[in-house]
Design a protein. Structure first.
Length: 596
């Protein structure tokens, strides 16, 4: 994945000059969008991916509507958390190794599903000083308090006492205040908290070890609370782009799954409202911290929400289809973006069939269709009018399913006609709106296919050269011409590399890492039936039988057998094996056929 375009750190600083393309006098400022992203302690499942496909689609629609004011998108990433610490201890890894691995898996999953990369990734560990400063401001204006040896807490009663100033009390934005009051009215505060509703802004963690990230603060070493991180990172996001554009920049849309509405987003609003409300901040923002909130529905399975904790999560790798298929199901068949959906394999198979119909149409209709079919032309223009009406609706009312159904229906209508100008116009309409919705060139019929011929030829040549070379090394007296011919093949096809000098075995070639003395066999990544091994089970194939004794949750080895004893792998060895799995994963998804 290419790096995000901008990484904000606590020391970021930007300056304008007279030649800057972003000079505020020469162009209007784009809107800022912020999405709550992953807590990176385990692999993502389809519920996470559906949420971000829906949010990605809404951002794409906005960019389609205002191409000259392309929204700048930031995604928050929680990379310090008690769950992450627990995983790091269980897998005997540094916490940074855990978060890096699972953040990569998260964005690999989004890329598989056709989501655009964010302009900015905001990681909590990059913004500790911003969070501490934010918490200190809340303390100074009387909206937080400390508990010795415990941490800093938000004072919900203090907000309630000033609700006329802020326009609401705690819990008022999503109408959860009364519900919360009834829950805790008769409950005494525990552990030194003033009120049961109060929540942590900073948690003290004095114990320091290799798996426990903590930072110094005026209140003791510790880690930030969950809710404060987004408020502080959004402020940093806004401040950085305000300086860059030379004007006040405000996040106008904030999104996430609907499970974040309470308490996470309600608490974000509370702490940011009192932060901005202590000055002129709320007036500059139109009287509210964030103008628009979007919350996606849940993906349900087995009668409940798909979740990690209940072990009902389905990974994209196990789905066994292209990401375009899942994206079509999400945008066309799973209901509106803010509604819940039920996941079933058969529904995805049905989506695959419809997507295949679209793709075949896109490949069949070309520029040679020149004769007129006025009825079809009229139908295409009417369909586009309905699509544009849907795009123009407010986000709260927009339904991607209506657009996808218009696209599919026009393809069905056009497919029933002979060659004609209407078919070409239908193709143009379909391409325009599938592209807007984030579908790949493969769906649009633009991806060049070679049916694997080049790969097959390469395999034959590689096998031939390996065999010739092995024979030559076994017969030193007659090896001159053999080795010369073998090297000529290698030189003409640079991707072929020498394998071990011994004859090839069922384990295939071996991959050596110059940083280690270990040589690991490289599996072909193929099952006996010719299908590709699912990446997560790559190191469980026969090639690695008896080599590795323990794998992590992503299927990467943690330990191996050596001289009859179990030995933990070094960091360099794990990196080597991760690279092998990554290479197979790229190969797997690059050549995986469409299911259905």
């Amino acid at each position: 994945m290419r790096p995000c375009l901008r990484r904000l750190s606590a020391g970021s600083s930007h300056r304008l000059n007279s030649t800057s393309a972003l000079n505020p006098n020469s162009r209007p400022a784009p809107p800022l969008f912020y999405l709550c992203g992953p807590t990176v302690y385990s692999s993502p499942h389809l519920g996470h991916i559906r949420t971000h496909v829906c949010l990605d689609y809404l951002v794409r629609v906005q960019r389609h509507k205002t191409p000259l004011l392309r929204p700048i998108l930031a995604i928050g990433c929680t990379d310090v958390d008690d769950k992450i610490v627990k995983v790091a201890k269980a897998e005997k890894l540094d916490m940074k190794e855990v978060t890096t691995k699972y953040e990569r898996e998260f964005y690999d999953a989004l890329r598989w599903a056709g989501c655009e990369e964010p302009d900015v990734i905001l990681r909590v560990t990059d913004h500790i000083s911003d969070i501490i400063s934010f918490v200190d401001t809340l303390l100074q204006n009387g909206n937080a308090y400390t508990i010795e040896g415990d941490g800093v807490y938000f004072d919900t009663k203090a907000m309630d006492s000033r609700k006329e100033r802020y326009g609401m009390g705690y819990g008022g934005w999503f109408n959860r205040g009364l519900e919360f009051e009834s829950d805790f009215e008769s409950t005494k505060a525990r552990d030194g908290k003033k009120n049961e509703r109060d929540f942590a802004l900073w948690k003290v963690h004095d114990t320091i070890d290799e798996h426990n990230y903590s930072w110094p603060s005026p209140w003791g070493r510790g880690r930030p609370g969950w809710h404060i991180e987004c408020s502080a990172m959004i402020k940093k996001f806004e401040d950085t782009y305000s300086e860059l554009y030379g004007r006040k920049m405000i996040v106008s849309m904030h999104g996430g799954g609907k499970d974040l509405i309470f308490p996470h987003h309600e608490n974000e609003i509370a702490q940011s409202t009192v932060y901005e409300g202590c000055g002129e901040g709320l007036k500059e923002r139109g009287g509210q911290w964030i103008e628009e909130w979007v919350h996606t529905g849940h993906l349900n399975v087995k009668g409940g929400k798909m979740s990690k904790s209940d072990k009902t999560g389905v990974t994209y790798e196990s789905l066994g289809c292209r990401g375009d298929v899942f994206r079509w199901w999400v945008l066309s068949e799973s209901g509106r973006w803010d509604s819940d959906a039920i996941f079933e394999d058969r529904r995805v198979v049905e989506a695959a069939g419809k997507l295949e119909t679209l793709r075949n149409f896109m490949k069949e209709v070309g520029d040679e269709d020149t004769s007129d079919d006025l009825n079809l032309v009229a139908a295409v223009r009417a369909a586009e009018g309905r699509i544009m009406d849907e795009i123009d609706k407010p986000r709260k009312e927009h339904d991607s399913g209506r657009i996808m159904r218009e696209v599919y229906n026009i393809v069905k209508t056009a497919s029933e006609r002979g060659e004609g100008d209407g078919r070409r116009q239908a193709r143009m309409l379909v391409a325009r709106y599938l592209k807007m919705a984030g579908f790949s060139d493969w769906v649009l019929g633009l991806e060049v296919e070679n049916d694997g011929d080049e790969e097959n030829i390469m395999e034959v040549l590689t096998t031939f050269r390996s065999g010739v070379r092995s024979l030559a090394l076994e017969n030193p007296k007659q090896n001159g011409k053999f080795l010369q011919l073998s090297d000529e093949v290698r030189n003409k096809i640079p991707t072929i590399k020498d394998t071990a000098s011994s004859a090839s075995s069922s384990a295939g070639t071996r991959l050596n890492n110059p940083k280690t003395s270990t040589s690991f066999p490289v599996s072909s990544g193929m099952n006996e039936d010719g299908s590709y091994v699912i990446p997560k089970t790559y190191f469980r194939t026969p090639t690695y039988q008896g080599i590795f004794s323990k794998l992590d949750s992503a299927g990467v080895p943690l330990a191996m057998w050596e001289d009859g004893k179990e030995r933990e792998l070094t960091k360099e060895e794990r990196e080597q094996l991760q690279a092998m799995k990554d290479a197979h994963t790229a190969n797997y998804w690059g050549r995986k056929p469409l299911k259905g």
